[in-house]
Structure formats: C-alpha cells, structure tokens
Design a protein around this ligand. Structure first.
Ligand SMILES: [Zn+2]
Ligand SMILES: [Zn+2]
Length: 339
C-alpha cells in the first residue's frame, strides 16, 4: 500500500510509492566516466585566467600564497548591483527594478575537484566565504533575502564545470520562503517551540532517518522527503539565520557536509546535485520560530507533469531505506586530493 506523508514545514503531501519502490542502489546514475582536466585554458575560474572574470570581491589564500577560494561578481548576473529597487504599481502590473547581488564563489583552483574530494579545512574556507559574504550583504538595506546555493552537474543546472557555488541577494522575499516562515510561526504560536528543534529531537530519539550526527549538526533524510536521498543538515543549536553560525560550528559543518557529499559520491557514483542554505531573511534573524539548515538534493529523477501540475511528488525511495543505505557506505577510501 503506497503511503502519503505530509511535510510539516510546507504542508505539502508526498506519495511514497512503496509498490514501485526502488532499492537505493538502483538510483545510481549509469554514465560514462568523463575525467575532467585540472586546468582548462578558456575557463574563467582556472588560475591564470582571473582576468576573464570580473574583479575579485574576496579571497582566501593557501599558506603558499596562492588563492584557495575566490569570490567574484557573476559576469552574467541575474540582478544588478547599482541603483535602488524602486517599486512600480500600474493597475494590475507590479514591478521592481532588478537590483540585487549575485556572487560566484570559486571553490578551488583545481578544475577537476569537487567538495567530496577536498580536505575538510578547505571546505571550511568555502563556508567561511559564504558566512563573510552573507554577513556583509545582509547589511545592505536594499536586500530582503539571501540564497546561497550550488549546482553540481548538468542535471542540477550548472553551465560551468569548474567547482563553484553562488549567492543571490534579492530585493524581495519569495512566496515559497514566506510560506515556510508562516508555517513555522504558526507552529510556534500554537505550541511555543521551534518546529525544527522539535523535529531534530524526535529524529534523534527515533534514529531511523539520521545519517550522521556530529557535535553541532545532524544530517537527516526528511520523513516526507519529496525526492530520493534529499538530505537536510540541521544545526543542533537553535539559530534562525546562517549568519549566526559560530567558528566551531562552521568547522564542524565543513566536516559533516564533506562526509555527506562523499557518501553520495561513493554510493550513487558522483550524482548531479543541488544544495541550498535555507536561512531566515535578515529582518527575522533572531526569530525563535525559524531554524536555518542546508538542504542537499541529488538530481536523480525528473520533475514531470504530475509534479508540475499538482505540486505533489512521488518518491520511489523511502527515507528510511536511503538512511540505511548511506550509513553503510565507507567514505574512508576517498582520500582528499591536494590542490
Ligand atoms: Zn576551471
Ligand atoms: Zn530551532
């Protein structure tokens, strides 16, 4: 019997298709191995080609003086950095000038690497860049919300293969983000607690969907996961905004994120994936009702007509099975590559 599960944070229902459930290992994407070069002459993010990208905003260097992580404006930015986001309402039409900030975080000088293969201290540097830019951009009065995300692979929407992530700061808060804030606030008003803190406690006690638990973070396959192997990494300490993450937490997050991505890399054969930091907007940074987290979404299935038309997803891998599968993966042989 298939089971419908409700995502408490969005109120969306998901069909867990137990009848046609797949074994987790069947989700591995078969494709020809395509070894990447460590350097590509035309790549704007490879060392020596820095002039091909707009002027640098931030850089972290390695002990040898070469850069480790760079932040640059997106050359093909979705929003423009100059000007004021003026609202215009003309009868039924509502528009805002497209003002915002669109950064690219170049994660490593090596064109062929990926976070799963980087040493944890280098992953920490990437996260430090996120935090520094997030804090700086949060001060900009034109910015309403910040999304930090990564597209890995063609199925995840990447157009440049050099490892990078992006940050887009928008002059509005999207209705999807607002909806989640409302649901969390409603829960807080009714029960007097953060629904994320409650969920984390419940999952740790039940221990069926917890893949990894570290000192400061917990990686969970959500109970009503819409897609196979979607994973949330939640801070144990209540924090609404990613900007409030401490140094010790950031270093722990680097380790758990890298291990989680290594598990997917080994278990599912380097799948395409997105990850996104879902954080409270600056205006509700200290909120008791919202809890930031990092969501990893492997892109193993396609969104088709039913999903587009109904907003409901059919998941063919139970989160409990995905958890058991991931827990059994040994990531030790995946040695860190030096770059
Ligand atoms: Zn490159
Ligand atoms: Zn919380």
């Amino acid at each position: 019997m298939p089971e419908l599960r409700q995502n408490r944070f969005t109120k969306e229902w998901v069909i867990m298709a137990t009848e046609r459930a797949k074994r987790p290992e069947e989700m591995r994407v078969k494709r020809e191995a395509r070894p990447l070069s460590h350097y590509v002459e035309t790549c704007p993010f490879c060392p020596g080609n820095e002039h091909l990208a707009p002027p640098e905003i931030l850089r972290f260097s390695k002990p040898d003086g070469h850069w480790a992580v760079r932040v640059v404006p997106n050359k093909f930015a979705a929003l423009t950095r100059e000007g004021e986001p003026e609202w215009k309402i003309e009868r039924s039409r509502r528009t805002i000038r497209g003002v915002g900030i669109h950064d690219v975080i170049v994660e490593t000088p090596d064109h062929a690497l990926t976070i799963a293969l980087l040493p944890p201290e280098r992953v920490q540097t990437i996260l430090e860049c996120y935090r520094q830019r997030f804090r700086a951009v949060s001060q900009d009065p034109r910015v309403a919300h910040i999304t930090i995300f990564k597209n890995h692979g063609v199925a995840a929407g990447t157009s440049l293969e050099h490892p990078h992530s992006q940050m887009i700061a928008t002059p509005v808060i999207s209705s999807q983000v607002r909806q989640r804030l409302y649901e969390a606030l409603r829960h807080f008003d009714e029960f007097g607690e953060c629904m994320f803190c409650e969920m984390i406690e419940e999952e740790l006690a039940e221990n069926k969907r917890v893949v990894l638990a570290s000192e400061y973070f917990v990686a969970i396959e959500p109970f009503a996961s819409a897609t196979p192997f979607a994973t949330g990494i939640y801070p144990r300490r209540h924090m609404a905004s990613f900007g409030d993450v401490s140094d010790a937490e950031l270093s722990d997050l680097a380790r758990i994120l890298r291990t989680m991505l290594a598990m997917l890399y080994v278990g599912l054969d380097n799948p395409d994936f997105n990850y996104v930091i879902r954080t409270a907007p600056a205006e509700v940074a200290g909120a008791k009702y919202y809890h930031w987290y990092l969501s990893i979404i492997p892109r193993l299935t396609r969104v088709a007509g039913f999903e587009l038309g109904s907003g409901m997803f059919i998941n063919t891998v139970l989160p409990e099975q995905a958890t058991a599968f991931l827990r059994g993966i040994d990531v030790e042989p995946l040695a860190s590559a030096a770059d």
